[in-house]
Design a protein around this ligand. Structure first.
Ligand SMILES: [Zn+2]
Length: 83
């Protein structure tokens, strides 16, 4: 074969923390629409290495999501169909 498949593992876009880049975006536990952006469709929090958030904002985000869960704004575990 002329064109072997090549894994593009070295391709790395510089991820910048969304909350640092956009100061108008705030982390608010009362705003599940923003928080949902950082959870999987099953309600799990997306890890920092995937989301690209900085440590400070990831920590705030985690806290907000956990808080939102306790007051039932966010799911602990959603079924795929339900989502
Ligand atoms: Zn940040």
């Amino acid at each position: 074969m002329a064109r072997p498949k090549r894994k593009r593992r070295l391709f790395r876009r510089r991820k910048v923390c969304r909350f640092c880049a956009d100061t108008s975006l705030s982390i608010d536990y009362k705003d599940p629409r923003t928080l949902r952006f950082f959870t999987t469709e099953r309600g799990k929090i997306i890890p920092r290495r995937v989301s690209g958030n900085c440590a400070k904002h990831q920590r705030e985000l985690t806290r907000a999501i956990k808080r939102a869960r306790t007051i039932a704004l966010m799911p602990y575990a959603a079924t795929l169909r339900h989502y």
